[in-house]
Design a protein around this ligand. Structure first.
Ligand code: GLA
Length: 362
């Protein structure tokens, strides 16, 4: 099994060698897997009630999109020199699909963890994480960073972790929110351009790095830039690229500040940083959407909400909110009513617990 994830702050920073603050949650994808006698791969998705079987893994596009994640993982095992025996695999779970809680990373990480056992491959968890990310790049075509797969594999019960996406060093600390809770509000939309826009943002960041490198060869990724360096060379940037890169530079700084605030239990500062993160994602990085903005804007009227922002890649999915525990019911009612009035839809509202990462049983 492998869980989905939340991210407290640090969005679109992972593929810029920056910092993120994720945790694995109590929603997961569970697999039943066994070797079969042949050399055939058989898969059944319980949630979609779809069956697929194949003997070859070279193709990229499959009848059902979920097949790409599984075949993508098998391909990585093959690249590691493991001989692929036939597999029967049934899977399903309770991570809402397309809601920005990384159900795809959970599929990749859960399947990789299961294969590692069945093939007796003895691949380290860290290597499995990189293989899961590769599966997403090569077979799903999304050039994602490492955050989702890392959280799904390395999550620890009741702890968040600050991950340095350059050297993958990570620091766990307890998420002790005292009288506050984290609540997710799901827009229940996923706009079509999400994947292509994601890859485009990556390119825009790379463009920005190339501009900075003309002046400073030590800049390898946006992680290496600060606001002063950016301002100094502002005129050399295309204005759109400048805006994108400035968001990343500021968001990285916010993660560091947010970690300090959280450790000091300064939830007010933490909440303000969440709102700032959303504004950057909305205006400068432009990966939010009307539905997400409605959800965040509704909270601005509620004095028991400390922070709110879109979470994950964007263009739909969830907002993450830090609220006073005693106002949970009030929050749920006001958000449901306000969202319905603005969009005609009812949001899903989830409270999540923080859990351990991927595991193999039996
Ligand atoms: C998606 C990607 C992650 C990360 C987030 C945005 O979830 O898979 O790697 O880039 O978007 O922070």
């Amino acid at each position: 099994m492998a869980p989905g994830r939340i991210n407290l702050i640090g969005e679109h920073t992972d593929y810029n060698d920056g910092f993120v603050l994720p945790a694995a949650i109590d929603r997961s994808i569970v697999f039943g897997m066994n070797l079969n006698d042949g050399n055939i791969f058989r898969f059944y998705s319980i949630d979609y009630d779809e069956y697929f079987e194949t003997k070859e893994i070279s193709q990229r596009d499959y009848k059902f999109p979920w097949v790409s994640y599984l075949i993508g993982v098998l391909a990585q095992f093959q690249k590691e020199g493991i001989s692929l025996k036939g597999i029967d695999c049934v899977f399903g779970g309770d991570i809402p699909i397309g809601s920005g809680l990384s159900s795809s990373a959970a599929i990749e990480c859960g399947f990789a963890t299961g294969l590692n056992e069945l093939y007796k491959a003895n691949i380290e968890k860290y290597q499995l994480t990189l293989m899961a990310q590769k599966a997403e790049h090569e077979y799903a075509g999304v050039l994602c960073g490492i955050m989702d797969q890392y959280a799904s594999m390395f999550g620890r019960k009741d702890q968040v972790f600050k991950l340095d996406c350059r050297d993958h060093e990570h620091e766990y600390f307890p998420l002790d929110l005292e009288d506050h809770v984290i609540v997710l509000c799901d827009t229940r939309v996923k706009h079509k351009l999400a994947d292509s826009a994601y890859n485009k943002r990556r390119q825009e960041c790379d463009d920005g790095v190339r501009t900075l490198q003309e002046f400073d060869r030590s800049v390898i990724a946006l992680r290496d830039a600060d606001q002063t360096l950016m301002q100094k060379h502002k005129d050399s940037f295309d204005p759109l690229i400048f805006k994108r890169c400035m968001y990343v530079v500021k968001e990285n700084q916010r993660v560091l500040k947010a970690c300090k605030a959280l450790k000091k239990k300064d939830f007010k500062t933490f909440g303000l940083l969440m709102y700032q993160s959303h504004e950057g994602l909305q205006r400068d990085y432009e990966v939010s959407c009307d539905e997400l903005d409605v959800l965040v804007d509704l909270t601005r009227e509620m004095d028991f909400v400390l922070g709110s922002r879109m979470m994950g890649g964007g263009f739909g999915g969830c907002t993450i909110n830090l609220i006073e525990k005693s106002s949970l019911n009030n929050f749920t009612q006001l958000i449901s009513k306000g969202y319905k009035e603005s969009t005609g839809m009812s949001p899903n509202i989830y409270s999540v617990k923080i859990e351990d990462g991927a595991k193999a049983f039996g």
